[in-house]
Design a protein. Structure first.
Length: 611
């Protein structure tokens, strides 16, 4: 948020959080740290408009750590929510009495509305009755602020002032509570004796809350349906029922994958994991739109994990087996498919698996999905962070990165992700460049070629780090997009230096003494970042020389200029030598000429007297 990356620190191999770190997304500079055992749950950009105050305010929300059954911390759980200032990391207030599930973790599914209000949905069960509830953080805080102008205590009446250090009851933020249907075809939805726990929130998107029930049996996980699953749709705006619970036939004891990420553009998609097939349903009516459709050429290991992201009316699905698919949400049409290359003997799966625990990311016309797997051993060579073209699924670029945590996060044109190969957080994005240019400034004429030289360097924040600055004391060269992957791996990941690096194009122009600005040529920098160009000035006078790099997919543009003066060439020497004689010799020469002239006259007279 606001170009700041926030993350929780886990020292060593510990599962206990040691605090938070806020980092400038563009420079990598640590802005602040917070020593706390609270777990970051989400961020909030609240759009506040009052008569005396308006703008966007950034907050962090956390929850107390709760250790789960395997002894590790569960993020975003506990019976309270804490609000923090995102700029400073300072604590503001607590929301107490957050509803919990039967296992003691938070029952809230958090999202936000169009104004940035933090919204929480949850299902409450009392006996055999259930209700769908909507909670609003802004309303909750509003009711605890003293109105300095009198009247009801509304925090955003004239100015938004969350009370410092307040302990605010969760119930004050309840926006609405709507009873849920309690049966399907006359069969009760809540019957604990029969393993029926009622409807639970599966996904929220497109103004719809999709609720599902998967029966709990003695040996059946809630993720696996023994032949059927119940679904219903309710409005996310006011809780009204859009369509009544329906009982869908499922593949027995197969995991049925759906949820918030599988819902978008008014369609929700369900994947049957044992058959690796998908079906599409209307979020507004519950009717089936298409499917089931089998994922083509899928690896059998795809059944171990799948995930997706929805954008632009398309659902992008990838599997643990290294398969990626793009389907039209409206009709289920397959747009393209991509499969990672064989993993060789190093990968226990025979392919390079894809991380499927969290969603991928869509930005800049690309789908970003990482290779890797949880429980990182064994790490295999050449796992890649993939950037796939949204149009045809081709690889736009890739780079060494083994993911064991999450999907890439993208904000303000910068993608951040963890690389388990070296346990470093990497920030990828278009970087700034810088140029220098020089030309001879003595003895230049319009008759003599001059050599123009200069450099094009990468001045991204990463180049100022200790190792990179030491390795490239003269600056890190800018290289072509085609050379970028191997070059970045060499510079930042201790990989071998590539031998076929090419530089970037440079355009050279002059402003001459006649006031004309014109291009004089182009050249390309080399692997050291330097360039050279030879040119002969064509008119005498002062010149302003401009070198320009127009930028690329990897770098922003830059330019540099210098000045020189070109003289007109010296006058051309005569081809015949001029001899300067002493005065006496000059007299002799003149006499000789006079005698020759007299002889010539006499000869003419004689010729004329001839008969």
């Amino acid at each position: 948020m606001n170009d700041i990356l926030y993350y929780t620190t886990f020292p060593g191999s510990s599962t206990n959080p040691a605090g938070w770190t806020a980092v400038n997304l563009h420079t990598g500079q640590t802005l602040w740290t917070k020593n706390t055992t609270e777990l970051l749950r989400c961020g909030q950009m609240l759009q506040m408009v009052t008569p005396n105050q308006y703008g966007s305010l950034a907050y962090l929300w956390s929850a107390p750590e709760v250790v789960n059954v395997v002894g590790s911390a569960s993020a975003g759980v506990g019976s309270s929510l804490e609000m923090w200032d995102a700029m400073t990391g300072n604590y503001i207030l607590s929301i107490t009495g957050v509803p919990l599930t039967a296992t003691g973790v938070s029952a809230l599914t958090l999202t936000e509305d169009d104004h940035g209000d933090l919204i929480g949905y949850y299902v409450n069960t009392t006996g055999t009755a259930q209700s769908l509830n909507m909670w609003n953080s802004t309303k909750c805080i509003n009711l605890n602020v003293t109105n300095i102008y009198g009247g009801p205590p509304v925090a955003d009446n004239w100015a938004w002032r969350p009370p410092q250090g307040a302990q605010i009851p969760f119930a004050q933020g309840l926006q609405w509570s709507i009873p849920l249907a309690n049966n399907v075809s006359g069969v009760p939805l809540v019957n604990f004796a029969a393993g029926l726990t009622g409807l639970g929130i599966s996904g929220i998107n497109s103004g719809v809350v999709i609720l599902t029930e998967v029966p709990l049996g003695a040996t059946v996980s809630p993720l696996y349906a023994p032949g059927w699953m119940i679904e219903a749709g309710y409005s996310a705006i006011d809780g009204s029922q859009l369509w009544a619970p329906v009982n869908r036939t499922e593949t027995p004891f197969s995991r049925a994958v759906t949820g918030s990420t599988w819902l978008g553009s008014g369609v929700y998609v369900e994947l049957t994991q044992s058959t690796l097939s998908i079906s599409g349903y209307s979020a507004y009516t519950g009717s089936q739109l298409w499917g089931p459709i089998a994922l083509p050429n899928a690896s059998p290991f795809g059944s171990l994990g799948v995930n997706d992201v929805i954008a632009n009316g398309t659902i992008y699905i990838w599997t643990y087996g290294g398969d990626v698919y793009a389907y039209k949400l409206a009709n289920g049409a397959l747009i393209w498919q991509y499969h990672t290359p064989p993993g060789g003997y190093e990968s226990p799966y025979g392919v390079e698996p894809l991380w499927t625990f969290t969603v991928g990311t869509v930005a800049d016309g690309k789908l970003f999905v990482p290779e890797g797997h949880m429980y990182s051993p064994p790490l295999f060579h050449k796992a890649q962070q993939l950037a796939l073209n949204l149009t045809d699924g081709s690889v736009v670029w890739s780079i060494d990165a083994f993911d064991v945590t999450s999907a890439p996060a993208i904000s303000d044109g910068v993608m951040t992700t963890l690389n388990a190969y070296d346990n470093q957080i990497y920030a990828y994005g278009k970087g700034p460049s810088a140029m220098t240019v020089t030309a001879p400034n003595v003895g230049v004429t319009t008759a003599t070629p001059v050599t123009i030289t200069g450099t094009v360097t990468d001045i991204s924040a990463g180049t100022q780090q200790e190792a990179q600055a030491a390795n490239f004391p003269n600056g890190l060269p800018c290289v072509s997009d085609a050379s970028m992957t191997l070059w970045m791996e060499y510079v930042y990941m201790q990989q071998p230096c590539p031998t076929n690096v090419t530089g970037v194009p440079v355009t050279l122009s002059v402003l001459d003494s006649n006031g004309n600005y014109r291009q004089i040529g182009t050249t390309t920098s080399d692997a050291t970042g330097t360039f050279a160009f030879t040119w002969t000035p064509d008119i005498p006078g002062s010149y302003t020389l401009v070198a320009n790099f127009a930028g690329s997919e990897s770098y922003y543009s830059s330019s540099a200029e210098t000045h020189f003066y070109a003289n007109a060439p010296a006058p051309t020497a005569s081809p015949y030598p001029v001899v300067n004689l002493p005065p006496t010799e000059m007299y002799f020469a003149i006499s000789t000429v006079a005698i020759i002239i007299a002889i010539a006259i006499a000869t003419v007279l004689l010729l004329r007297k001839r008969p």
